[in-house]
Design a protein around this ligand. Structure first.
Ligand SMILES: [Zn+2]
Length: 433
């Protein structure tokens, strides 16, 4: 294949390690730097002055000087069919599902509707610099086709799966243990590993699945090599009580999933707010991932997830918008709220740790760090060009910043989609401001 190389000039920032272990030295900052991409993969990063005359002569050059390039952001848990119910007033989890979410999801039996929303949703992710998401669809198989097609059109690395619900939901959103299993298996065969797409077995949460369905979920998860599992756990106190009533034999909410083989390194659970020490130990022992959804946890009045405590228990974590319970597609807005929630828990998360959670740390939690998350040569070139002068307030704050940590922190606390100059997937520009 003919080598197609492009050099992007900018300040380049990425994690080369884990700031939870090694502090700010885990973040590499290349002022007057470059990112070189060859055939969609990272070729090298470095200082502009390191480039040879031969490279400069033979590569396409793109000038993003004055801007900052980072790896694309990773969103570990969100719902594309809830795009239209974002910012719906006045309820907590269980009523919010009944009143807003289920009616919105029912519309996805219409393939044309699913396509329109999926395309809007992917555009919104890219506008916010999110290059990978783990996305819930609806119970309808065509909703999965729609989101995978929309991601495929821009060559995006994305996980999704058909929601399985066979009880405690409206009839038009109900599958059965058998059809949920069969349709999920068909979708796995159709989509998993195609292009950059990953299938995620998706029982919504324990209250809407019978024990038979949870058992089938375990079978799908464990019998299909490389597929993921996503669900919700310990989000809301009324939900906790409901689960205890529905599964009287269980030691805890997490124990329900554990019983059916639904924990593991490729299992991602939204919220994880009300886990006890026994649960945290099971999460850690099995490598199960907790998705931290701060804007959703605040908006639905669910509670405060303490990421520092989770990390102290060796639980793997990923940051997540949880749109539409979450209130922003922006992972910057999400990290901003994560910082504040951590403050409320009496702990502190550093700018480097926040940045890591959005990039390499998220990739590691989702076991995709061999492909994305930083600028190690050979990785898929998913990256974002940020403008740290996009707003007046951010601009003057950055002017007063002494360290890159301060600049990153200002971007996280004050930034949003206005800061995204461009988003690239495998070296192709898929969003221009
Ligand atoms: Zn969710």
């Amino acid at each position: 294949m003919k080598q197609q190389s492009t050099i992007y000039f900018a300040t380049v920032v990425h994690c080369t390690g884990d700031p939870w272990a090694s502090g700010t030295s885990a973040v590499e900052v290349l002022k007057d730097g470059y990112l070189k991409v060859t055939n969609g993969l990272v070729d090298s990063v470095g200082a502009e002055s390191d480039l040879t005359a031969d490279e400069l002569q033979h590569c396409t050059q793109v000038d993003h000087r004055g801007y900052t390039i980072t790896p694309g952001f990773i969103d570990g848990h969100l719902h594309y069919p809830q795009t239209s119910v974002i910012a719906s007033y006045g309820t907590q989890l269980l009523e919010w599902l009944e009143k807003y979410t289920f009616p919105a999801e029912a519309k996805f039996s219409d393939e044309a509707h699913a396509k329109v929303v999926a395309e809007f949703f992917i555009k919104e992710l890219l506008r916010n610099g999110t290059t990978t998401g783990f996305v819930f669809a609806t119970v309808h198989r065509q909703s999965v086709d729609a989101i995978f097609n929309a991601a495929k059109n821009v060559n995006m690395r994305l996980g999704s799966g058909k929601v399985m619900m066979d009880r405690n939901c409206p009839e038009n959103l109900c599958d059965t243990a058998a059809t949920g299993y069969e349709e999920s298996q068909e979708l796995i065969d159709k989509w998993h590993g195609k292009d950059r797409l990953m299938y995620v077995v998706t029982p919504r949460f324990a209250p809407t699945s019978t024990e038979a369905q949870l058992e089938f979920s375990g079978k799908l998860f464990n019998d299909n090599d490389g597929v993921y599992l996503q669900s919700h756990v310990a989000e809301n106190k009324a939900e906790m009580q409901w689960v205890a009533e529905l599964f009287p034999w269980s030691r805890s909410y997490l124990d329900v999933y554990d019983r059916y083989g639904l924990l593991g390194q490729r299992a991602v659970y939204g919220h994880c707010i009300y886990l006890d020490d026994g649960d945290l130990k099971r999460m850690s022992d099995t490598g199960t991932v907790a998705a931290f959804c701060p804007t959703s946890n605040l908006f639905l009045g669910s509670g405060l997830f303490d990421i520092v405590s989770a990390r102290d228990h060796n639980v793997r974590t990923v940051m997540a918008s949880d749109v539409g319970g979450g209130t922003s597609f922006s992972m910057l807005r999400t990290a901003d709220e994560a910082y504040k929630v951590t403050q409320m828990a009496g702990n502190t998360i550093t700018p480097a740790q926040l940045f890591y959670e959005l990039t390499l740390g998220g990739a590691q939690a989702l076991s995709i760090d061999n492909m994305v998350g930083d600028f190690v040569p050979g990785k898929e070139a998913d990256f974002v060009v940020h403008d740290l002068h996009a707003t007046e307030v951010l601009s003057q704050r950055v002017e007063h910043a002494v360290t890159i940590e301060e600049e990153l922190f200002a971007l996280i606390i004050l930034g949003d989609d206005r800061c995204t100059v461009a988003t690239y997937l495998m070296g192709e520009k898929v969003y221009p401001r």
